[in-house]
Design a protein around this ligand. Sequence first.
Ligand SMILES: NC(=O)c1ccc[n+]([C@@H]2O[C@H](COP(=O)([O-])OP(=O)(O)OC[C@H]3O[C@@H](n4cnc5c(N)ncnc54)[C@H](OP(=O)(O)O)[C@@H]3O)[C@@H](O)[C@H]2O)c1
Length: 386
Amino acid sequence: MRKLAILGSTGSIGTSALEVAAAFPDRLEVTALAAGRNRELLREQCRRFRPALVSVGQEADARWLAGELGPEIEVQWGLEGLEACALRSGADTVLASIVGAAGLSSTEAALRAGRRVCVANKESLVVGGGLLRKALAVGGGELLPVDSEHAALHQLLAGRDPASVRELRLTASGGPFREWPLDRIRAATVEEALNHPTWKMGPKITVDSATLMNKGLEVIEASVLFGLGPEQVGVTVHPQSQVHAMVDFRDGSYQLQVCANDMKLPIQYALLFPDCLPGPVPPYDWEQARAWSFEPPDLARFPCLALAFEALRLGGTAPALLNAANEEAVAAFLSRAIGFWDIQALNAEVLARIPPEQAGELAQVLDADRRARACAQDWIRRRAGN
Ligand SMILES: NC(=O)c1ccc[n+]([C@@H]2O[C@H](COP(=O)([O-])OP(=O)(O)OC[C@H]3O[C@@H](n4cnc5c(N)ncnc54)[C@H](OP(=O)(O)O)[C@@H]3O)[C@@H](O)[C@H]2O)c1
């Protein structure tokens, strides 16, 4: 029986993970749940799964939740609450499914403590990839990817000599604006950006999918997870989102991983690894393969993807700078303070303005994150003043 802590249980990944846990009651026991602001949903999840420990973002919500749940469930809050869920709830498996760099410290703490950490929170790998790898080495636990492309690569690379790999290739749906001309993309609205054609996800990653920044973050994530440079990670647009990744081996052969576009599959893969059991997702319908198509990404219409490659090439704190700028830009876009095309402009500006430094220590990464956010906020204020 695996004892599971879900950090970000009220989100798209977190709720799918609870469906997986419910499908395997003799394999997965939920011992801790952590969320941000959605206290009502968290209360319902606690009543159903009875974790020992639960955490919310704010102290006032923690007090409300404690009153609703009674003394059997310990309630904590904030960063300490998150870390307590990962470290003090008896969990041996932690699902890191918070959105944004806010997930970095709890992911690092869980790895340092030797847990199996299943990482959906790609921003933590982008911002602190080196730190997380160090924590993994110190703790001696496991780091398993949950992002569908990286879970696919994990499957494709199992048992293979890393030297036999020429290139990893991630597929991208292309997002809602794949076929739009540049003029129309420039003026895209929040509603249009949130209307993703193949995946139902949280708002931040959905906007990232519309700019292709999501794929850029995933390129950096793949580089961290599989130890390859930017020239060894490629991107192919595949609108049907059924081939998730490909590996180009040195002998000229390619291998592809295929499954339905349902996040419960990679979540189940990571939580139960190495066991492969029938789960809540029905088998793939091969009739759908008739419609498969592939095309190269257009970097002129989706410059965020090129910026991510640039940050990966620059190294050090450059990915952390780009990620922080992008988090601020997406939040500003979602609150309608800036336009869709401003996201890439802001990201480019921050990356050009702040020189990257070494990223060996948490303090250096957090400093880069803070500086990039300040620079981005300044840009947003100036933009709003225009
Ligand atoms: N959704 C997908 O299909 C998908 C696929 C691959 C990878 N991912 C990655 O998985 C992560 C989660 O994505 P998502 O789509 O599930 O996002 P989401 O639906 O927006 O959920 C985010 C979760 O994080 C919680 N949260 C946010 N800030 C927090 C904080 N400071 N402290 C504690 N909890 C906090 C939220 O709590 P409240 O809602 O209660 O505030 C919520 O539970 C992202 O990094 C994303 O890139 C997602």
